[in-house]
Ligand binder design. Structure first.
Ligand SMILES: Cc1ncc(COP(=O)(O)O)c(C=O)c1O
Length: 409
């Protein structure tokens, strides 16, 4: 039997415990939704205040030079590179994940002329599938999603590019990045990894796996705030040949020469399109200081400790309430979230949120709980389970206010 005392003992020897102070979390809330929108790092408000009241209000347009606004996409990309096993000059921050995926899919197809397939996975996050279908239609190739277990076997010489999400948004299950990338390269295909649920949640070694391309969100485990811009990774060996389709002026070799024909910028800069969302970049840049000095192996160890504790407590405390587990029990196959299934999942999540435990719901029956190891404790896990048990034993989830569907679930 695991007790709350056991959880407090684990917290007492947690090497990352002090990182919680880097976040402004409201009292009475256990935040298990950092896989959707990360909590706010305390470093963000003062940076935003300076950006607005000084750099914008006083510096005006001079701040593009004087406050170093212009190189922010590269600067923030370099910070993220350290979290995903890339070199600083291989990552840039721009646009949304969907848009970066579009740019990289078209660029990958252009690098593999004659090949007719974009391979994908069933059950990927919808935007990944929608964008792949849209690109397939635009470029006259097929988008072929297969079951995750069949990805390896479906890789053949007709595949130009494989697009996968490293940690599935619903189940939290991981793909083996090294093995899949190796197999793709054996048949001459390229791979785009979506790291939306990886970056900032667990270490990942893009260059160690010889990855080609990656994209990911700034607003989840990187804590950049709602609508934070996304990042794109392009391995250095592809820089010179890369031709992405949205040929905007910020991706031009000489944007301020205002020439009439497009010439791609050298290196990763050619992934840029237009003027960056500077405020979002500044918030993300400040947010990333929450990772200063953090050992990513320790982050992974704590994340696995939290998710496995949650699973064991579901077994111990909630066995009579009809929950299923949609996330692998095996540590090596799990990202940083745990998903439960229940046919009344939506109402249960709403009743839980009313008790201060914030998770989310994904149709048709998934209750999703994300575990950001920088700001959660083992005692939080215990308390969240205790409150979930209370929701179930009291039958509170059946109240009409918890049944009514909101626009964002
Ligand atoms: C795997 C994955 N990719 C992409 C996105 C979203 O992309 P965008 O930043 O374009 O909204 C999400 C959002 O939850 C996601 O889970």
């Amino acid at each position: 039997m695991i007790s709350r005392q056991d959880c407090l003992a684990l917290d007492a020897k947690d090497p990352l415990a002090a990182c919680r102070e880097r976040f402004a979390l409201p009292p009475g809330v256990i935040y298990l939704d950092g896989n959707s929108l990360g909590a706010m790092p305390r470093a963000v408000p003062s940076r935003m205040q300076q950006a607005i009241e000084q750099e914008w209000a006083v510096g005006l347009i001079r701040s593009w030079n004087d406050a170093d606004w212009y190189p922010a996409p590269q600067r923030v990309g370099a910070r993220i590179s350290a979290l995903i096993g890339a070199k600083p000059n291989e990552v840039i921050v721009a646009d949304s994940t969907s848009v970066n995926l579009f740019k990289l899919l078209v660029a990958a197809l252009r690098l593999r002329p004659g090949r007719k397939t974009i391979l994908g996975e069933n059950g990927n996050f919808p935007t990944d599938a929608y964008v792949a279908s849209g690109v397939a239609e635009l470029c006259g190739v097929q988008h072929r999603p297969v079951a995750p277990a069949e990805v390896m076997a479906a890789l053949n010489e007709d595949v130009a590019v494989l697009t996968l999400t490293h940690v599935n948004y619903k189940s939290g299950q991981t793909f083996d990045m090294a093995a899949i990338t190796r197999r793709a390269h054996e048949v001459g295909a390229l791979v785009i990894w979506d790291l939306a649920h990886t970056a900032g949640a667990m270490p990942c070694d893009l260059n160690g796996c010889e990855a080609d391309f990656a994209v990911g969100c700034g607003y989840k485990y990187l804590n950049g705030g709602p609508g934070a811009p996304s990042f794109a990774f392009v391995a250095e060996r592809h820089h010179e040949a890369l031709r992405q389709p949205i040929t905007g002026w910020h991706g031009h070799a000489k944007p301020f020469a205002f020439g009439q024909s497009y010439e791609p910028a050298p290196g990763i800069d050619r992934m840029l399109v237009g003027t960056a969302p500077q405020m979002g970049l500044f918030a993300l840049e400040a947010a990333l200081t929450a990772f200063d000095g953090v050992d990513l192996q320790q982050l992974r160890a704590k994340s696995l400790a939290l998710t496995s504790l949650f699973i064991r407590l579901v077994d111990q405390e909630l066995s009579e309430y009809g929950f299923g587990l949609a996330t692998p029990r095996e540590d090596g196959l799990r990202g940083s979230q745990v998903s439960l299934t229940h046919e009344q999942g939506y109402a249960i999540v709403q009743a839980l949120i009313a008790r201060g435990v914030i998770g989310d719901f994904r149709a048709p029956d998934i209750l999703r709980f994300g575990f950001a190891a920088l700001y959660l404790s083992h005692a939080d896990v215990w308390d969240a389970i205790a409150l979930l048990k209370d929701v179930m034993s009291s039958g509170d989830w059946q109240k009409p206010e918890f049944m009514a569907k909101k626009a964002v679930t």
